[in-house]
Design a protein around this ligand. Structure first.
Ligand code: NIG
Ligand code: FE
Length: 424
């Protein structure tokens, strides 16, 4: 199929974008793309590709923006229940970490998740995935982390694998058994860190080899934070994960600076995420590394806090910056990368072009999939969006409504518009 007459085709070619190179969209005016089956086979202007592929079936992009599907590289997609009550408490002044320390927060979702069947977990997660997809996310990372015991953590992975198989939204899996100290280990957090490193990770490896041999191994992530895992415990868990062959991620500097970002850089993690209170030394370390700095602007927004990831400092240090939704029931229940972009522009002072690159090619690199998704190039997966606007700067400028009109995932075209209709 030949998709033609895009006002602006944003190709994002050239690989992940470091430091001040962020924002190179590779725009082709009056652009066109040819795709066959799951893949992109040609990219150019409408005139060029119409001449080269005269017999191809066509789809008219209608003078709209054509761009890569969004990649959301940090979500806690699977959980049971909700925490609307805690939102009310937070808005009345109780801090997030105090709610966690009192057995709420992550731990209240853990309680609901442990008792949920795999069917319930899948049924509650499906509509979230559909909303993500409708808002233009064609690939998303998805973490476990609301089980904090081997049986539930593996049930979450099993559910995520099944959801990935049934849905056009493609998932990259992450094991986050170290999301919080399990309630059983409240008095002895080190024993839980030992349990994750010495028992859960080896079991995960064995389970993955028998249950998911066709998927590449999941990332292993740790919440390095006061009242969660110390820097030393994070190092212990990530070191064990690396020795078992898992790629790494880390939650660092969301509330307190413990040095997690430097640890990620030192251990060659795929990404270090949150990075709100990151020190200058940590930023320098990220800038010298291949670890992507993933900012989660929906999280301070969701918590009504005023500090955001210092994007300018990261870019000055030559870091690779990506953005994600952090979709989770506690701090950021939001499925839209368009909204993450709107916040990144306002609070991290990114231009729309920078935020778009952070939400596509750099986000793909944060889950180590930049060779297959995140840009529009011959040979890559045909994952694209046709928006309802003709100028990419409308993305970020406008927010709270969905600008996606068509989603193309692995060459299949899906439509968002239903128009007005009456049921009776
Ligand atoms: O990324 N920081 C830890 N995890 C999530 C919050 C999870 C929750 O509150 O349920 C986050 O913000
Ligand atoms: Fe998170």
């Amino acid at each position: 199929m030949l998709i033609h007459s895009a006002s602006q085709l944003l190709t994002l070619t050239g690989g992940p974008q470091r430091g001040k190179a962020l924002g190179s969209l590779g725009v082709i005016e009056n652009g066109a793309v040819v795709m066959r089956e799951e893949r992109i086979v040609a990219v150019g202007t409408t005139d060029e590709l119409r001449n080269a592929y005269p017999d191809e079936p066509t789809l008219d992009a209608g003078r709209c923006v054509l761009m890569p599907g969004f990649v959301d590289p940090h979500t806690h997609l699977i959980w049971a229940g909700d925490r609307a009550n805690e939102f009310e408490m937070k808005m009345s002044g109780t801090p997030y970490l105090d709610i966690l320390a009192a057995g709420g927060g992550i731990l209240s979702t853990v309680k609901a998740t442990r008792t949920a069947s795999i069917e319930t977990l899948m049924a509650e997660t499906r509509p979230r995935m559909l909303r993500m997809f409708r808002h233009g996310t064609t690939t998303a990372e998805a973490k476990t982390g609301y089980g904090l015991q081997t049986s539930t953590e593996l049930r979450l992975l099993k559910a995520l694998i099944a959801l990935n198989d049934e849905s056009p939204l493609e998932l990259a899996f992450t094991f986050l058994g170290a999301h919080a100290i399990a309630p059983e280990y409240r008095e002895d957090p080190q024993a839980y860190a030992d349990e994750v490193a010495n028992t859960m990770l080896p079991m995960l490896k064995e389970w993955w080899e028998t249950h998911a041999p066709r998927h590449s191994p999941p990332f292993v992530d740790v919440f390095c934070e006061t009242k969660a895992f110390t820097l030393e415990q994070s190092r212990q868990i990530l070191t064990r994960a690396r020795s078992l062959g898992f790629p790494l991620k880390i939650h660092a500097d969301e509330f307190d600076n413990l040095g997690g970002a430097s640890l990620a850089a030192e251990m060659n993690a795929a990404s270090a995420d949150h990075l709100v209170v990151t020190s200058d030394a940590d930023i320098e370390a990220l800038g010298r590394s291949d670890t992507v700095a993933v900012a989660l602007p929906c999280t301070p927004f969701g918590l009504a806090e005023s500090h955001y990831t210092p994007a300018k400092k990261l870019l000055d240090a030559n870091a690779m910056l990506a953005i994600a939704t952090d979709c989770n029931p506690g701090t950021s229940w939001n499925e839209s990368m368009q909204f993450a972009i709107a916040l990144a522009c306002r609070y991290m002072k990114l231009t729309p072009a920078q935020a778009i690159a952070a939400a596509t090619i750099n986000a793909a690199h944060a889950i180590r999939r930049a060779d297959s998704v995140g840009s529009i190039e011959a040979g890559k997966q045909a994952d694209m969006l046709i928006l309802s606007v003709n100028d990419y700067r409308q993305i970020g400028y406008r927010y709270g409504t969905n600008l996606v009109k068509h989603i193309i995932k692995r060459g299949q075209v899906y439509s968002v518009d239903v128009g007005y209709y009456r049921t009776a």
